[in-house]
Design a protein around this ligand. Structure first.
Ligand code: FES
Length: 105
């Protein structure tokens, strides 16, 4: 596996909801989390992608990075990349922007 195709369900107040697709290269023999891939997209492909990337534990403890990964809500920092495509959606509650949600109802 030398790359992964990521489909992101995005939202912002100006454009509304839309789908964006990204191709992220993967280094052989390196273990990636979903958060690693989001970091790559934001730093190298699309700095407008919003996700929870600051002041977070990155160890599965704070749950601030929760996203829906192929339909299942998980922390992006501990979910390992194991396929060559993934679909990411906000985890629920009111979507503020892209993968960032406010408190649930
Ligand atoms: S960053 Fe804290 S659980 Fe993922």
């Amino acid at each position: 596996m030398d790359h992964i195709a990521i489909t992101v369900h995005r939202y912002n107040p100006e454009k509304g909801a839309y789908i964006e697709k990204y191709e992220v290269p993967l280094e052989k023999d390196r273990v990636y989390s979903v958060l690693n891939v989001l970091d790559y997209i934001a730093r190298r492909i699309d700095p407008t992608l919003a996700y929870f990337d600051h002041a977070a534990c990155r160890q599965g403890a704070c749950k601030k990075c929760l996203v829906k990964i192929d339909g299942k809500v998980s922390p992006a920092c501990t979910e390992r990349i194991g396929t060559d495509e993934l679909e990411l959606e906000p985890c629920g509650g009111a979507v503020i922007k892209d993968l960032i949600c406010g408190p649930g109802e």
